[in-house]
Ligand binder design. Structure first.
Ligand code: HPA
Length: 235
């Protein structure tokens, strides 16, 4: 029962899926964090794996970049493969004052300029896509226990990576912590299709500031984020 984008058989995915944007991140997570991981998808190199973490069955599936790509995979995982929980593990550009490189952010909600959300409702409705609170609450406490500097708030899911028309400063002044390109779509589909959704993000760059991280620092932060996601998944 393959789909146009996923060649896995029914039952190949666990109930819980970690979802990075980058397929090679999916492979890294499977190889470094899961036991007995097997590849379940390779269509378009948008890699998916299933293995176990501390004895619990967990999958990892890449989303690709942007709401349209993520929506394809989340739709098929939820409706065809019966996935119940999707935790995005991604990167973002830091925006609000006080957000630093390598911070871990939990998206309690996701503002967006995406027509996908507007067009779902029409009639001037600006739906607020929100995280599943149970996952959010668990991830927050897991992060605190791990001593990770975690911040919780709004994430702007941009329709375009390159956009010089948007007032990003105004969004930051209204408390938006960071920007990426997927979370609002994930939360919208979680609400529509009934799966639990959460985005956990590391700050890889700063929209208004300068700064660089070494590859070791990025790896450490990424690993912290994956551990938070996995411990949340099995809690
Ligand atoms: N913009 C959009 N997506 C991103 C960014 C950004 O600055 N950084 C990481 N993902």
């Amino acid at each position: 029962m393959a789909t146009p984008h996923i060649e896995a058989e029914p039952g190949d995915y666990a109930d819980v899926v970690l979802m990075p944007g980058d397929p090679l991140r999916a492979k890294y997570i499977a190889e470094n964090f899961l036991d007995d991981a097997v590849q379940v998808n390779g269509v378009r190199n948008c890699l998916g794996f299933t293995g176990t973490y501390k004895g619990h069955r967990i999958s990892v599936q890449a989303s690709g970049m942007g709401i349209p790509s993520l929506s394809i995979y989340t739709n098929e995982l939820a409706t065809i493969y019966g996935v119940k929980t999707i935790i995005r593990v991604g990167s973002c550009g830091g925006m609000a004052a006080g957000v630093k490189l390598r911070d871990v952010l939990l998206a309690s909600g996701s503002t967006t300029d995406s027509a996908v959300v507007t067009n779902t409702f029409g009639h001037g409705v600006h739906y607020a896509p929100l995280a599943n609170f149970e996952l959010l609450d668990t991830a927050y406490h897991v992060a605190k226990e791990q001593g990770v500097d975690v911040k919780v708030g709004d994430i702007f899911a941009a329709d375009r990576f390159y956009n010089d028309e948007l007032d990003m400063k105004k969004l930051a002044d209204y408390g938006v912590l960071g920007t990426e390109m997927e979370s609002a779509g994930l939360y919208l589909l979680g609400a529509k299709l009934g799966f639990r959704a959460l985005s956990i993000l590391t700050v890889s760059d700063l929209i208004f500031g300068e700064g660089k991280t070494t590859s070791e620092e990025r790896e450490k932060t990424f690993n912290d984020m994956i551990t938070i996601a996995l411990e949340t998944a099995i809690a």
